[in-house]
Design a protein. Sequence first.
Length: 165
Amino acid sequence: MAVLPICRFPDDAVLRNKAKRVSRITNSVQQLIDDMIETMHQARGVGLAAPQVGVPLRVIVLQMPDEEEATIIINPEIVKRSGEQEVTEGCLSVPGYYGEIKRSETVIVKGKDRHGKAIRVKGTGLMAEALEHEIDHLNGILYIDYIEDREKLHAIECPPTTQEQ
Ligand code: NI
């Protein structure tokens, strides 16, 4: 396993591209998943999407602060959203900032696990926020795109306390 460099806005164009579906879960996809989990842990993030490490594939990993294992979703698709929450969000690809946006309170995502088995993942609160955030990355969307009012984007002047994704 290896820690990979994290792509940053606005330097890395891969962050703005739509990622491709994974058709076969090859050894290199397995390696990518292991590296993404290690990179997420090292960066102390709660989620990471493959484009953030320069790979344009639809793979996300997530791990909430109280969870012992990462959730891996290949080709994730949101099948249901409900409710709304206001969140203070950060992104490992937009270092130095955080912003206030709205996310769904609960989402249900379908996809595949690393063995190719169909899975459904339900998330509420921070997990719902992270699922939407990571799936947005697969579509070239960053949380800052939702911020119209510049007052809602803040520079971090001291070490971050928000959960970066
Ligand atoms: Ni992010």
